[in-house]
Design a binder for this molecule. Structure first.
Ligand code: BES
Ligand code: MN
Ligand code: ZN
Length: 510
């Protein structure tokens, strides 16, 4: 990852390959953002005009590169758009800073060292810039080997920006240091979640995923318990076993526990970890399965959030439950029509083997419920219907408690993750009535995302506050990169989960 430092140096004298400045959209054209005064001075105070001549407007996502004048040691200035200029006396939105830093970091791929002089109002702004920069600089190159080893550029494309100095950051200020440490820990773990999502499914099967969690547990002093097929059979985890039955790579349930001696609350996080979703016997058609390695994004997010909580030393207990299975068709696969006996004791008639996420989650939710946590939040790439409803950048939030759903939504907004509350309409429950079993794994097609949420609700222990995040849209970016979001795995929900853990620790959540 890009190495970040806080620097009190002035921009003109700094030895770097590039200087990043902010440019906002003012009423009468582009405006140089605070922080870059010395850079502007090197252009004789005419930088805004120069930018306008080059066609810059200050719009979000815009990058303008210009050569440095004599007064700057760095040869290149990169002006990155911050969007609308804030009203007088108010600061830039942290999300605008995060996006701008991410866009700049991506534009600087292949560069060794850059200085960032973006407007830093307070430590939170510094954290936003650091986070956006580290997330925007991400690239996944582990499988690019065709070119010769000594031609690094051909092998890996351009290497990510190696080093960045944040000017205006105060290396001896406790709040600044804490903001940088938080951003670094969360971005590192989030980028690791992206790596897991991007890993091809022939390498990341449930067993491999479990081993990676075990190694991370050792590194960060977390307790990791892995239930393999034998243990799942002994425990009666019919949902996870039923989904994994068709694969030669058996399923796993991984429990990852972070405990703090100062904890007053316990947050449980449950992640859908389908390492590949072919649909099973209800096979997906071509065109619908190419990116289904992303179906473990929920488990990756939970993993990253628990490790982040540990690295930040949050005063809360956080338990992660990763429900890992590969959904494949074969002679041993679950058939449409089969009835599974779930861990909770309920029976489920499987009408469609492609509605597998809810089956593995049901067992994990019931297992999480047995510990009576203060709240459970599950995260899953659960339904195509949620993508149709909210698009590819926004996740849906459902819950059995309106106040909790609102709190989760506010946490998501605070960290810059687009999310929206969704209902659990009672009338949709009867669509899942089964003539044979307690419930079917499918109901009405209309409102499919909400039907899935209603199914999950049946497996949450009595009286436990629960929320469900359907990240099917934002988990994987099929299009080009934007802001601090790369192509491929995005790390969706990680930052919301970390924020929820922080809020639980401080007693500000339920
Ligand atoms: N993993 C898919 C949902 C999905 C679709 C995630 C597209 C990301 C992108 C899930 O297991 C699934 O197949 N859901 C079905 C449910 C249906 C059979 C009731 C769906 O949404 O079509
Ligand atoms: Mn499926
Ligand atoms: Zn799935």
């Amino acid at each position: 990852m890009t190495a970040l430092t806080l620097s009190t140096s002035a921009a003109p004298g700094l030895r770097a390959d590039a200087i990043v400045i902010g440019v906002a959209k003012g009423a009468k054209g582009p405006v140089v953002a605070p922080g870059a005064e010395a850079v502007d001075k090197a252009y004789d105070g005419k930088l805004a005009g120069v930018l306008e001549t080059l066609g810059a407007s200050g719009a979000e996502g815009e990058v303008t590169k210009l050569p440095s004048p004599a007064g700057l040691k760095a040869p290149l200035v990169v002006a990155v758009g911050l969007g609308a200029e804030p009203e007088k006396d108010s600061a830039f939105d942290p999300e605008a800073l995060r996006k701008a830093a991410g866009v700049a970091a991506r534009a600087l791929a292949g560069v060794k060292k850059a200085a960032f002089v973006l407007p830093l109002g307070d430590a939170a702004d510094l954290g936003a810039v650091a986070e956006g920069l580290l997330l925007g600089a991400y690239s996944f190159t582990a499988y690019k080997e065709s070119a010769s080893k000594n031609d690094a550029k051909a092998k890996n494309g351009k290497a990510p920006l190696a080093e960045a100095a944040l000017l205006g950051g105060k290396p001896r200020d406790a709040a600044h240091k804490a903001a940088l440490a938080r951003a670094t820990a969360v971005a590192e773990e989030l980028n690791r979640a992206r790596d897991l999502v991007n890993m091809p499914p022939n390498d990341l099967n449930p067993e491999a995923f479990a081993s990676i969690v075990q190694a991370a547990g050792k590194e960060h002093g977390l307790k990791v318990q892995v239930l393999d097929v034998k243990a799942l059979e002994k425990g009666g985890y019919g949902g996870i076993l039923g989904v994994g039955a068709g694969s030669t790579s058996g399923p796993r349930l991984v429990k990852l526990s972070y405990t703090s001696s100062k904890a007053k609350k316990h947050l449980a996080l449950v992640g859908k970890g389908i390492t590949y979703d072919s649909g099973g016997i209800s096979l997906k058609p071509a065109g619908h399965n190419e990116t289904m390695k992303c179906d473990m994004s929920g488990a990756a997010a939970v993993f990253a959030a628990v490790v982040s909580a540990a690295r930040l030393g949050l005063e809360v207990n956080v338990t992660g439950w990763l429900a890992l299975a590969e959904n494949m068709p074969s002679g041993s696969a679950t058939r449409p029509g089969d009835v599974l006996r779930m861990y909770s004791g309920k029976t489920v008639e499987v009408l469609n083997t492609d509605a597998e996420g809810r089956l593995v989650l049901a067992d994990a939710l019931w297992a999480a419920s047995a510990e009576k946590p203060d709240a459970i939040v599950d995260v899953a790439t659960l339904t195509g219907a949620m993508m149709l409803a909210l698009g590819s950048r926004t996740f849906g939030i459902m819950a059995n408690d309106d106040a909790f759903r609102t709190a989760v939504h506010e946490a998501a907004e605070e960290v810059g993750e687009p999310a929206w509350p969704m209902p659990l309409p009672e009338h949709l429950r009867k669509g899942m009535d089964s003539p044979t079993a307690d419930i079917a794994n499918m109901g009405e097609r209309m409102g499919g995302g909400l039907v899935a949420g209603l199914f999950l609700r049946e497996f949450v222990g009595e009286g436990i506050t629960w929320a469900h995040l359907d990240i099917a849209g934002p988990a994987f970016n099929d299009g080009g990169p934007f802001g601090y979001t790369p192509k491929g795995g995005t790390g969706s929900a990680v930052r919301t989960l970390v924020r929820l853990a922080e809020l639980t620790a401080s007693g500000d959540l339920g």
